[in-house]
Design a protein around this ligand. Sequence first.
Ligand code: PGA
Length: 247
Amino acid sequence: MRRKLVVGNWKMNGSLAANAVLLEALQAGLDADSGVDSAVCPPAPFLAQCQAMLAGSPLAWGAQDVSANAAGAFTGEMAAAMLADFGCKYVIVGHSERRACHGESSELVAKKALAALAAGLTPIVCVGETLAERDAGQTFAVVGEQLGAVLGLVPAADAARIVVAYEPVWAIGTGKTATPAMAQEVHAQLRAQLTDKNAGGVQILYGGSMKPDNAGELMAQADIDGGLIGGAALKAADFLAIIAAAR
Ligand code: PGA
C-alpha cells in the first residue's frame, strides 16, 4: 500500500510574519501518527524559516525549483546541494508555470530531477496537458513525453525515488478540477509507464484546484496517491482538511 503525500505549493506567496502564523497552525493541527506524508514548498527565501520552525515536526519542506547545475556562474539559480543544506526533502521540478513562463523543456526538467536525486532530494516531477492539448486528444502523448524524458535520463535504480504530480494546466488556479475518473485515467497511464521502469510504487499526486470538498473523492482513486495543492495550501484549515481526507 502506497502512503499518501500532500504537498503545499505556496508559489510566490508569503512573508516571514504570515508564514509563522501558517506554520504554527499547521504544526498544531498535524497528527504525527496520521500515516500521511506532508510537506510545504515555500519561496526559497523562506526555507531557513521552515528549517528553524519545522525541525522535528512531521511536516517536511521543499523548494519550488532547482538548478540543473551543481555550482558556478549561474546567477539567480539554486543548487540542489544548497536546498539539501536547508533541510529540504523535496523539490518541485517542471511545474507548468515554469514550463510556460520560463520556457523549461522536458529535457531541462529531467536534468533538474537528476540534480535533485544526486543531492539526496526527492524531485516532484510535474506533468500535465493544456486545454488545447486535451481537446486535441493529446493528453496521453503530452504527459507520456514529459515523464518519459525524466525516466530516460534518471538511472534505473533511482526511478523509484521520484514523486510524480499530474497537474492538468487548465485546472490550476481556475477552480476547474479534473473529475476523479478523468484524473485516474491519466494516473493509470503514468503508473504503467513507471511500472515499466520498475518504479510502480512511486507516489503520483494530483494537482489543480484540489480543495477540502473534492480531495477525498480524488484521493480515493486507485492511482491517486495524494495532492499538490496551490491556493488551498495557504489556508491552514483547508490544507489540514486535505491531509485529513488523505487518510
Ligand atoms: P491550485 O495550484 O491548487 O491553486 O490549482 C496547484 C499547483 O499549481 O500546484
